[in-house]
Design a protein around this ligand. Sequence first.
Ligand code: ADP
Length: 474
Amino acid sequence: MRRLWPRHVRSRMTLWYVLVLGVLLLAYAGGASLYLFYSLREQLDHNLLEDVERVEGLLENTPDGMVALGSVHHEEDEPNMQRFVEVWSPNGILLYRSPILQGRTLGGPPRPGAEGTTQRSPITVRLADGTRARMATSIYTVESRRVFLRVAHSEEGLWQEIEEFVSVLLPALPLALVLAGFSGFALARKALAPIDAMAHKAERISAERLNERLPIENPEDELGHLARAFNATLARLEAAFDQLRRFTADASHELRTPLTAIRSVGEVALQAPKSMTEYRDVIGSMLEETDRLTRLVDSLLTLSRADAGHIHLQRTDISLLGLVQEATSLVEVLAEEKRQRISVEGAPTLIVSVDRLILRQALVNLIDNAIKYSPAGAEILVRVTAGKHSQLIVEVVDQGPGVPQEHQSRIFDRFYRVDSARSREWGGAGLGLAIARWAVEVHGGQISLESVEGQGSTFRVALPSTITTEKRRA
Ligand code: ADP
């Protein structure tokens, strides 16, 4: 069955169209024939009832006790009409039968009470040879003698007309279907041609040619809508591919820098024999570069896992201040090296439901940046407060160089650095803030920066508070 079913939409559409049209035409032909049948029969009944009265007037008694039918002009008026007449006496003696009946009966002796009384509506009878006829009955008095009268008109003429009607209609049906099939197929092909064109065009669009778009002939119609949707998908794909390409290029570049450093330090060291202390220095700087590499690879892994959506948050209710203190303690030693002071402020009662390690990473990155970019001896403040709309806020305020206005919108982008040379000097690849943004947003929060160049920066993390009032009170 499946194999018989057409493969192409246009063929399927045509087939459906022809099937539905066929059913409709058949129903129409059936309805029209029925209508014709009933209206012809109504006409036949009308004539029959008129004829009953005419026949009644023509009845006369004959000397032999029978009944005869006076001169009949009716047959001459309507030569095609076959009229059958039977006259019975109430006690079941046949008084007259039309010769044309040739011995066939219209129903045998009358059944008093059942026929011929007041009800004159005609019925269909079948004669012995199968001829169908419409018959009406009446009880009539011929010169003070009650007789039972049956008059019938043959239905053959009616059936002939129906047959003629159907024989004209039926052959036209397949013809109409064939014509409809051809025109339907042509229409479907024309209507679907743009889809074919789109498919061919789409086949030619590859990863390298994602900037190509499908032509939109009429943006208002369904095909225009399809093309627009397809183009929008292409645009998203193109953006995603671009981002991926940029990310790969940047990542390779960042990975190459420490690798080159390790290699050149090694090569220089091998050029001439060195003292033990010099070798230690070389190995030390190689390890430093390896550390940088490890950090970079870790960051890349975090981001690619984040992109793939593989990270499932393991939320626990913790004190936000406690988490800030934990993050601070991890980078405190760096601040001490630069004689900087980190103060942490806030109420320990503010509870958040977060993935501790992920959010801590965001805070570490922000505090680490504040340490890296602030001058020696500077003050760094980390403040935890309850903000508007039941948000909890962490602010990392530093006295560093600030971020120029023109860089602020892009500072959270991957690999983005305000001053690459200086930033790399401190070990940054421009991924710290990207990771911080992801970590905050994955918790449903927002991260923002307020900074005036030369006057320090404030990085603000706003987290939705998920604690209940009871917990708040507690
Ligand atoms: P990096 O690893 O280079 O620090 P980040 O993503 O953490 O990367 O930061 C991106 C850039 O934003 C940095 O290169 C730096 O120029 C700027 N930046 C980040 N934090 C601060 C800050 N507290 N003060 C001034 N500039 C900052």
